[in-house]
Design a protein around this ligand. Sequence first.
Ligand code: PGA
Length: 265
Amino acid sequence: MRRLVAGTGWKMNNGIAASRRYAEELKARIAPLDTSAIDIYVLPPFTSLAAAAQAFAGSPVAVGGQNMHWEDSGSWTGEISAPMLLEAGCRYVELAHSERLQHFGETYAQVRRKVDKAMSAGLVPVVCLGESAPEKAEGRADAVLAGQLLASIDGQPDERIPEIILAYEPRWAIGAAEAASPSYVEERHRALRAVLREHRGESVAERTRIIYGGSVTPENGGAILALGDVDGLFVGRAAWEPGGFARIVELVAGAAKRKAAARKP
Ligand code: PGA
């Protein structure tokens, strides 16, 4: 049984004071919910990480970075390392977000090194995978996704793959007016799981979480979460207010109960 995930990346929003306010309000809003069966994370900007980690301490909400370098230290101006994220109180790190790839020229060859470092440091990597609009139009989505996935996990032993969270985030659906349709999401998640099965075996495929991100809202999230191969939601704009994320957390906690009940004989 895969634990469902509710995550939000704040991108370049929320300084220290705003992060503390967000944390207090989110904690209050999710306190009445049973979140014991799900994993919850928020990804603040680097300068807010320590304050956010402190504010969420003792709550079900973990904190993570939005990016990371593959070396521990050195002459890498403007970069942040895994030990720094850990010291700031992080448990997760997002890698390969499309804005990093598009605007800052990151590549999956770099992502592979970052995954390697995150895993050895004890951070949970959330690895984004997604096809562009032209790749979708050319019918190449699954081939592109397979290439990104295999590049990201190259060199990782089978038994550690399920510790990685894969985030399917079609580039054309990020920051867009609408999410991908549930049927489109279902096909891509199924194809990604098939790649895992083919290359890493049934057990890895069954245990690895694949979450969806890209214009998720409390309104469209339920239909996406109901899909068998979708193991959680990764939300941007709709979770930038704590009330929005609280509604996403509630959806995911409810879906976890339903999926668990459906598995009982
Ligand atoms: P969005 O962002 O929900 O605002 O589309 C998603 C993401 O970038 O992960």
